[in-house]
Design a protein around this ligand. Structure first.
Ligand SMILES: [Zn+2]
Length: 325
């Protein structure tokens, strides 16, 4: 079955550690043990999410241009090998400001494309709305400039994450990004219903990351469906971070039944120990039919922040693919 991964973070240090470990013939950081401790010691929800960005097994100095290309290619290669034909990767603001960022990203994409013909990838920039206005402006300006180099979209995060946030600055950022031709997705509703309605109602937003708790309030599902929002569902991330109690509690089936468009994602595949093939398997274990699961791929292609040409090509491949292979 053709697959798409619409929600993957770069995990710069965990990914770089993996690349360096391979280069030097040593073992990479043990994320399995780390996950076990995370689940045993940290309460589910935001506290676990905050731990993700606190482990740096590889130092920033090691992230040279060649190492950067190698680690991005490593992430994309893993994604393509797991069956993805289209993967979007999200980068932090420091990376966006890195000189030659888009050229380096395309070099990595090319390497993977050579090994997996037909595979395509795009880059998104993470925008943290709590950054100082000067810094946020600088990153946004760089995103608008990079749009002409092929930057595909932006991914917004706001605080507070678990209660309703102020979206005043967010609205300005979203319209500026959309005006530059960038796709806009926003992280919301991962651990509570907060911010889902605010985000889904904003002009320019076509996708929401997680929205796991939309099923707590049926009207939120109706809103997402009515606004034609594609929800990026990352099941393993929800399990590891405790956004849901267990696999059987996962709301994926309820989202689909409510007519909400869904695409799948791996979120932080190195840290969570997953790949896109595993995410599709979990959807199957949740009782979704082959047809419903194939629809996740079609939604992923349709909602992709890629060029109209690339999207048309992906949709053509989807239509031409034997139904359930
Ligand atoms: Zn995410």
């Amino acid at each position: 079955m053709l697959k798409a991964d619409l929600h993957m973070h770069q995990e710069w240090s965990p990914r770089l550690d993996r690349v360096l470990a391979r280069r030097h013939g040593r073992r990479p950081f043990d994320w399995k043990t780390w996950r076990r401790a995370l689940i045993a010691e940290v309460p589910p929800g935001l506290a676990r999410l905050q731990r993700l960005s606190r482990v740096f097994p590889a130092p920033a100095e090691a992230d040279t241009d060649e190492a950067f290309v190698e680690r991005v290619a490593d992430a994309l290669d893993e994604s393509a090998a797991a069956g993805s034909c289209y993967t979007e990767m999200r980068f932090g603001s420091d990376t966006i400001l890195r000189p030659g960022f888009m050229a380096l990203f395309r070099r990595a994409e090319q390497r993977v494309h050579a090994r997996h013909p037909g595979f395509r990838a795009e880059a998104l920039a993470g925008l943290l709305l709590w950054h100082e206005p000067d810094r946020l402006d600088r990153v946004l300006e760089e995103c608008r400039r990079a749009a002409s180099d092929g930057l595909a979209g932006v991914d917004l995060l706001n605080v507070p994450y678990n209660t309703e946030a102020d979206w005043h600055a967010g609205r300005t950022v979203i319209s500026a990004a959309a005006e530059a031709g960038l796709g806009v997705t926003v992280h919301a509703g991962e651990f509570s219903v907060a911010n889902i309605a605010a985000v889904a109602g904003m002009e320019g937003v076509t996708r929401v990351g997680h929205a796991t708790h939309a099923t707590d309030e049926p009207w939120l599902l109706d809103l997402l469906a009515a606004r034609d929002i594609t929800v990026e569902v990352c099941v393993t991330a929800n399990l590891v971070l405790g956004a849901v109690g267990g696999l059987v509690d996962h709301p994926l089936r309820r989202m689909v039944d409510a007519g909400v468009k869904v695409a799948l994602g791996t979120d932080n595949p190195v840290q969570f120990g997953t790949d896109i093939a595993h995410e599709y398997e979990l959807a199957e274990r949740l009782g979704l039919s082959d047809k419903e699961i194939a629809e996740f791929t079609r939604c992923g292609f349709a909602a992709a922040f890629t060029s109209p040409q690339r999207r048309a090509e992906l949709l053509r491949r989807f239509d031409a693919a034997p139904a359930m292979v």
